[in-house]
Design a protein around this ligand. Sequence first.
Ligand SMILES: NC(=O)c1ccc[n+]([C@@H]2O[C@H](COP(=O)([O-])OP(=O)(O)OC[C@H]3O[C@@H](n4cnc5c(N)ncnc54)[C@H](OP(=O)(O)O)[C@@H]3O)[C@@H](O)[C@H]2O)c1
Length: 219
Amino acid sequence: MTTYLITGANRGIGYEYCRQLLNRGDLPIAVCRNSSPELDALGIRVVKGIDLTQDQDLASLQSQLQGEKIDVLLNNAGIIESVSLASLDIESIRRQFEVNALSPLRVTHVLLGNLASGSKVVMMTSRMGSIDDNTSGGSYGYRMSKVALCMAGKSLAQDLRSRGIAVGILHPGLVQTRMTGFSGITPETAVHGLLARIDELNLDNTGTFWHSNGEVLPW
Ligand SMILES: NC(=O)c1ccc[n+]([C@@H]2O[C@H](COP(=O)([O-])OP(=O)(O)OC[C@H]3O[C@@H](n4cnc5c(N)ncnc54)[C@H](OP(=O)(O)O)[C@@H]3O)[C@@H](O)[C@H]2O)c1
């Protein structure tokens, strides 16, 4: 059985990862601040009370997982807050960096001891973190934090290659979750594609920036 650890698992794409992984016979471990009735209903292990920006919560996550092998670490939790040039909210940009860029790197760092040769790390980024693809501007905090996340993913791909660990940098598409006001493709469709990408992730394609539909995205 393959063990997946998923952050942001109480709703949206993270919850859907848990649901599909369970259905296909894998072993999802859900990490969240607070669980949800849907997540509880899956009957899987839920590590609650983990705010990914808090040192003590990351230490708690590390100790609760001590000695357990993780095959796939899914850094999924994220936030979006609108920041335009006209209303440049620096605190908001900082918050988005904390959650979207720093937390996935910190989670990966505290769980490095749980990863072994053949394990995979996934960064859930966004096409909005593609510099080449930016034709509409704005969204300073989200775009900048996701670019930084892409770069963290690329460095991890280099640094973890010698340990046999592959890193995927994935965009789900525009997905019907609270983040988007429930517009776009269904979480079912997005996660179906994301899991196909994760299944095909290996040391030859490590560090690739993929759309869930299989398209390789420009940096
Ligand atoms: N939906 C899209 O169209 C889309 C497109 C591109 C990329 N993405 C990326 O895909 C990922 C999942 O997005 P989603 O659409 O599923 O979003 P969502 O429904 O808004 O869910 C976000 C998840 O992140 C968690 N989270 C936020 N801040 C956290 C923190 N400080 N500590 C722990 N957990 C935290 C939330 O937990 P709480 O319930 O406790 O707030 C929630 O579980 C994100 O990284 C997002 O940027 C989504």
